[in-house]
Design a binder for this molecule. Structure first.
Ligand code: HEC
Ligand code: HEC
Ligand code: HEC
Ligand code: HEC
Ligand code: HEC
Length: 218
C-alpha cells in the first residue's frame, strides 16, 4: 500500500491531539476557576492613572470631604470625577513645581481634561444610581471600602449580581444614619439588629421589590 502520509505525520498528529487535549483541560480548568477569581471581577487591580492621586493623603491625611471632588454623588446616578481646576484650587499654590503634578498643570494650560481611567465598571445593561444609595443609609465604604487608606483606588467589592442582591434581599444590617454616610471607618454597632429595622423605616425603604429584575435591568 502506497504511503500517503510520511512517517512523521503520525507523530505530528499524536502531538496535535495531545496538545488539543492538554489545551482542552486547561480551558476547562480556566472555565471552572475564572469566575471565582478576582481577575474576572477586577477586584484589587491597580489601574494606571495620568497622575498618581492619593486618597490616603487627600482624604485620610488632609481630611477633604468626598463631595468636594465627587460633587454629584448625592444628586445623581454618577458620583463624578473632579475637573482639573478642582485640583488647582490648591495646587496653584501648593507643590507648584512638583514633577508629579506636571500633567495637572499641562491639563489646565492646554484646556485638555486629564484622562482618569475607571476603576469600577458595571456592564452597560446594569442600572446603578449613587444618590438612591447614599441618601438611603448606604455609606461609601459599604461598597468602596476604606478609600481614606488607599494610595491608589482599588475595587474592594466583587460588584457581581449576587453581591448586589445579598444586600437588596436584606438591607437592614448595612444601613447607617445620615451622619455616618461619609465615615470610612463605620462598622455596624453591636445593637445593629435593633437599629437596622428602625433605619429601614426611617428611610422609608420598601425592600419587598428590591430584588425585582427590572430594578437593575431596565
Ligand atoms: C481632592 C479630590 C478628591 C477627594 C476629596 C476624593 N476623591 Fe475620590 N477620586 C478623585 C480622583 C481624581 C479620582 C480618579 C483617580 C483615581 O481613581 O484614583 C477618584 C476616584 C475615586 C473612586 C474610583 C472611581 C472609579 O474610577 O471607579 C472612588 C470609589 C472614589 N474616588 C471615592 C472617594 C471617596 C469615598 C471619597 C471620600 C472619602 C473621595 N473619593 C474623595 C478625587 C477625590
Ligand atoms: C484642598 C487642597 C487640595 C486639593 C483640592 C488637591 N490637593 Fe493634592 N495635595 C494637597 C496637599 C496639601 C498636598 C501635600 C500632601 C502631603 O504632603 O502630605 C498634596 C499633594 C498632592 C500630590 C503629591 C503626592 C501626594 O499625594 O502627596 C499629588 C500628585 C496631588 N496632590 C494631586 C492632586 C490632584 C490630581 C488633585 C485633584 C484631583 C489634588 N491633588 C487636589 C492639597 C490638595
Ligand atoms: C451601593 C454601592 C455603592 C455606594 C454606596 C457608593 N458607590 Fe461609588 N460606585 C459604585 C459602583 C457599582 C460604581 C461603578 C458604576 C458604573 O460602572 O456605572 C461606582 C463608581 C464610583 C465612582 C466613579 C465615577 C462615577 O460617577 O461612577 C466614584 C467617584 C464613586 N463611585 C464614588 C463614591 C462615593 C464618594 C460614595 C459615597 C458618597 C460612593 N461612591 C458610594 C457603588 C457604590
Ligand atoms: C449595602 C447595600 C446595598 C448594596 C451593596 C447595593 N444596594 Fe442597591 N439599594 C440599596 C438600598 C437600601 C436601596 C433602596 C433605596 C430605596 O428605595 O429607598 C437600593 C436601591 C437600588 C436601586 C433602586 C433605584 C430606583 O430608582 O428604583 C437600584 C437600581 C440599585 N439599588 C442598584 C444596585 C446595584 C446595581 C448594586 C450592585 C452593583 C447595588 N444596588 C448594591 C442597598 C444596596
Ligand atoms: C440589585 C441589582 C440586580 C438585580 C435586582 C438583578 N440583577 Fe442581574 N445583574 C446585576 C449585575 C450588577 C450584573 C453584572 C455583574 C454580574 O454579571 O454578576 C447582572 C448580570 C445579569 C445577567 C448577566 C449574567 C452573566 O452571567 O453574564 C443576567 C442574565 C441577569 N443579570 C439577569 C437578572 C434577572 C433575571 C434578574 C431578576 C431575577 C436580575 N438579573 C436581577 C444586578 C442585578
Amino acid at each position: 500500500m502506497a504511503q500517503i502520509f510520511p512517517a512523521y505525520a503520525n507523530t505530528v498528529a499524536r502531538a496535535a491531539i495531545l496538545g488539543a487535549a492538554a489545551l482542552g483541560c486547561l480551558g476547562l480548568g480556566l472555565l471552572i476557576a475564572l469566575p471565582a477569581t478576582s481577575h474576572v471581577t477586577r477586584q484589587d487591580i491597580i489601574v494606571e492613572q495620568p497622575v498618581q492621586f492619593s486618597h490616603e493623603h487627600h482624604v485620610g491625611g488632609l481630611g477633604i470631604d468626598c463631595r468636594y471632588c465627587h460633587t454629584s454623588v448625592e444628586q445623581s446616578r454618577f458620583a463624578g470625577i473632579p475637573p482639573t481646576h478642582t485640583c488647582m484650587t490648591c495646587h496653584s499654590q501648593l507643590w507648584t513645581n512638583a514633577e508629579i503634578l506636571a500633567p495637572v498643570r499641562r491639563s489646565l494650560a492646554e484646556g485638555v481634561p486629564l484622562r482618569w481611567q475607571r476603576v469600577h465598571v458595571l456592564p452597560d445593561y446594569v442600572y446603578f444610581d449613587h444618590s438612591v444609595h447614599v441618601t438611603n443609609g448606604v455609606g461609601c465604604s459599604s461598597c468602596h471600602g476604606a478609600i481614606n487608606r488607599m494610595p491608589q483606588v482599588r475595587q474592594v467589592a466583587p460588584l457581581t449580581m449576587g453581591w448586589c442582591l445579598s444586600c437588596h434581599r436584606d438591607p437592614a444590617p448595612n444601613l447607617r444614619p445620615e451622619s455616618e454616610i461619609f465615615n470610612m471607618d463605620w462598622k455596624p454597632p453591636s445593637d445593629q439588629a435593633e437599629r437596622g429595622p428602625k433605619l429601614l423605616e426611617h428611610y422609608g425603604i420598601r425592600s419587598a421589590h428590591l430584588t425585582d429584575c427590572s430594578r437593575c435591568h431596565r
